[in-house]
Structures are given as structure tokens and as C-alpha cells.
Write a protein that binds this ligand. Sequence first.
Ligand code: SF4
Length: 362
Amino acid sequence: MSATAKVWLDRLRDLPLDHPVSILNVCGGHERTLSHTGLRAALPETIRIIPGPGCPVCVCPEEDICDAMRLARECDVVVVAFGDMLRVPINAARSDPRCLSDARGAGADIRPIASPREAVAIARALPDKRVVFFAAGFETTMAPVAAMLCQGVPDNLFLLVSGRLTWPAVDMLLASEKPGFDALIAPGHVATVMGPEEWSFVAERYGLPIAVAGFTAESLLAATYYVLTQLLATTAHLKNCYPAIVRPGGNRVAQQQLSHSMRIVDANWRGIGTIARSGFALSETFASRDARSLLASPQDAARRHAGEMPPGCDCARVVLGKVVPTNCKLYGKACTPRRPIGPCMVSDEGACHIWWTSGLHN
Ligand code: SF4
């Protein structure tokens, strides 16, 4: 741990906190730093930082994964997707193949990519094939997808968009009867794109302290310190603890590209249900790029499992910060990174995967 991090930790330990406090983080990167560096364990016992909705792969609904499978298996297209997405299982009890990776093993042309640029390169290299980019992610992923569209893409490239906005999930939690946390650490990269002001509603509407943090131990400890000092002073405002990167107003170019290429729609979050105005869909300008138009028929009703999770899987409650991974009875038993049951054990940003790979085995 750096000298600066130790200073922040000492400041935290000196706070006159006489009751337990729960702080929600909404970023897989934050959760990785907290877990992999042992930071969470170094905090005073009264301070509990819980993982929340910080993993886009974890909330991607089954029906979108099923659509990607149908496109690859029934429509003679090449499907490209970010690597994590390939291993996300759909309800194992009634699905064959169980994930995109299995469908690939059975002969479907499904390829992992690491960036939108790769999707464009594959489409250009295969001019006689239709290529579908399964674009799932939060604002930080959708911004480069929007940039790709605005810069122009080959005629044979289509998009299956499953993008989500982070703040509406937090808003939904805060509007619920028991949010389950006293303060919030906001995601630095999302704030870089959309602007930190997007998160001020947490303090203004709900009276909860909030700080934007980067991904270092120092930045996370500073954010933790600042929300706790607000709690102790019974005040609430937005504090930017990532000022080198997060600027007022965010990235205006990225925002313009997003509003040109996407529209905001009500969207289903896996296991959670529909959250108002929490999803990205292609704008009218790019409607002809919608990969769903390539499907011969809309998904049949039996395949639409909005909100459904594999039996025993607690991912939805993990994503909402209602329980932690070790509370799931499948954690580390039936469900491991090698054989994941739920989506939170697949992605590098999934809380269960992060906890397990950090050595939290019980
Ligand atoms: Fe879902 Fe597995 Fe996590 Fe349980 S341990 S919540 S089944 S991912």
C-alpha cells in the first residue's frame, strides 16, 4: 500500500464513527481494487463497502443472449461480442446451448472481440457476410460504440444493442423502501463520459453523501473518507475524488455521439426487471443497423424470460447490493469461475468472480 493510501486509511481510522455504515459502490473496477488489494479487509469494522450494480454483463437479459444465439445459429451471420459475454450462461436447466461459447463450439460463427474497432475490421474483412456486433455495456462501453457509428461503418455491420445506464439503477434502489446503504461511491469512468453532475441527485433528492472515485486505492479511500465526513456532519453533497480525469460536464463529444446514435428506452435488467429509461437503443438515424431486423420472427413468448435466473442463483440480489456473493448458497460449490451458474461469476466485473478470485472462499 502506498504512503498516500496509508495516510487516507489513518484518517478513516481516526473518524469518530460509533455505528456501522454501509457504502455502495457501482463499479466492477472499484470492486476489484477493494477486493484484490485487500483494501476492504483493512478498513475499520464499522465501514462496510458493498458491491452494487457495476457489471453490465451481469444485467444483460437472457432474451438478448438468446437473440444473439438465434442470429448466429439461424441467420447465417457472424456474431462478434466482448469476450466476457461469450461465457454468460442462460438458464442451464432448460437451455442448450447454455452460452454463446457453447453455441460456438457447436459450429456457430461467434467471435470474441476487445473493441468496436475489431467489429468494423471483421465486417470489412468479410464483405460477403453479415456481421452482428452484440454490444452490451454501460455508458463507458456505449460511448465508443456510438463513436464507431458516427464515424461510419461497413454496410454489412449490424448491431444488437444491450446497453444500460448506471444511474437509473441507483435511483431505483434509492426510491425503494430499504435501499440498504448510507452513502455511495460513484463510478469514475462513467462520470468521465457523462459528467459528475449526473450523480448529484443522490445528495439533492435523497440526502445521501456521494463521491466520485477513480480506481486506485488512494482515490477510493479518499472517496470513502469524504462520504463518511459528510455522514458525520449530517450533510450531503457530491465530491469529485477523481478530478484529474473527471471534469465538469464530462466528455461533450462522447455525449453528442451518444445522443446522435442512441435513444434512451425502458430496459430489462436480468433478474431485476424493467427500469425506466435505463437502456440504450439505436436512434432513428441508425435504425437500419438493428440486428433484430435480421431475425425471421420475433422471439417466441416461451423464450422471453424477463428477469429469470438459474435456480438458486442470487445474482440479482448481489447486483442490487442486497446480499454479498458469499451469501449465495451456490458460491464456490456449484458455482465457480470454471463452471459459472450465474452471470456474476463470469465477468471480470462480476462481484462473485471478483470475490472468488480474490481468495474470499467462504
Ligand atoms: Fe449467481 Fe454464482 Fe454468484 Fe450465486 S455464486 S449469485 S449463482 S454467480
